[in-house]
Design a protein around this ligand. Structure first.
Ligand code: ADP
Length: 275
């Protein structure tokens, strides 16, 4: 954990549970033990966490502190060893792998450091995939996928393969795939980790736009630039939440620092110019 990340301008300690409507995410006493016999590792040791709809939250902490484990449980990729996890009011802590997969497809959009796009498929096909798994038919699927590509300024590249795009464009395509089925929660794991500074900033602008549209976004990151832009920063140390702060004083989505509805510096024209 860098000094810069720890020296964020803090204003308020975030309450464990914010008053009002039921939070989108509510974890109570969540533990996770990776069982390797005598070498069992307790990666999470009792996490209490509530996240409201519309919040943009950074999860920070040193390597090995449990961030990925927490993200896997938040994203229904894995189940806790004990404790409860409610997502959108539904207890998902004891669901089978099959049931978790269904919840994941409906409710969670993932953005990974390495983009995880299918290399041989076009961008449109990549973005369509969650809709295909959700059983949405061809024509409608294509239309919704094109809309998602439009939101990230890439619709002109719909037919291109990932290898024909820059890193930033690939990450934008991955974000289109994450939002295409209207998830309740967007989970991002080091989304700027493979990008240069300028491109990383473009991706952060895109997250700001999604936040301004009311999306709930949780980002696991070592990057202080990301943490600074989130309304809330949760710090994990050794499997426990050590600090949980609201930086902007409330959970409301904040407006982007540039005209909305268009990613700064990215327009169909500038995309065409880059081609
Ligand atoms: P972070 O993302 O903060 O680096 P992780 O959640 O990956 O932390 O890991 C937390 C702890 O759990 C570490 O000690 C790590 O070695 C251990 N761990 C993670 N995944 C596994 C696994 N599949 N099997 C055994 N131990 C694991």
């Amino acid at each position: 954990m860098s000094e810069a990340a720890l020296a964020l301008p803090t204003t308020l300690a975030a309450p464990a549970v914010v008053a009002g409507a039921a939070p989108l995410i509510r974890m109570e006493g969540v533990t996770k033990t990776y069982d390797a016999g005598e070498l069992a590792v307790q990666a999470l040791r009792g996490i209490d966490l509530a996240i409201e709809k519309g919040q943009m939250v950074a999860i920070i902490g040193p390597s090995g502190s449990g961030k990925s484990t927490l993200m896997h449980i938040l994203g229904c990729l894995d189940a806790p060893s004990s404790g409860s996890y409610r997502l959108g009011g539904r207890d998902v802590s004891e669901l089978s792998g099959f049931q978790l997969a269904a919840i994941r497809n409906q409710k969670v959009g993932f953005v990974f450091q390495t983009f995880n796009l299918l290399p041989k498929a076009s961008l449109l096909r990549n973005v369509e995939l969650p809709l295909l798994y959700a059983g949405i038919g061809g024509a409608e699927r294509k239309e919704i996928a094109r809309e998602a590509l439009k939101k990230v300024g890439l619709v002109e590249r719909a037919k291109h393969r990932p290898s024909e795009l820059s890193g930033g464009q690939r990450q934008r395509a991955a974000i289109a795939r994450a939002i295409v089925n209207g998830p309740s929660l967007i989970l991002a794991d080091e989304p700027t980790g493979n990008l240069d500074t300028r491109t990383g900033l473009e991706i952060l602008e895109l997250f700001d736009e999604m936040h301004a549209r009311g999306e709930t976004i949780v980002i696991v990151t070592h990057d202080p630039r990301i943490a600074e832009r989130c309304g809330r920063v949760v710090q994990i140390v050794d499997g426990l939440i050590e600090d949980d702060r609201l930086l902007s004083g409330d959970a409301a989505p904040r407006p982007p620092s540039h005209p909305p509805a268009r990613l700064a510096g990215v327009s169909p024209e500038s995309e065409a110019a880059r081609s």
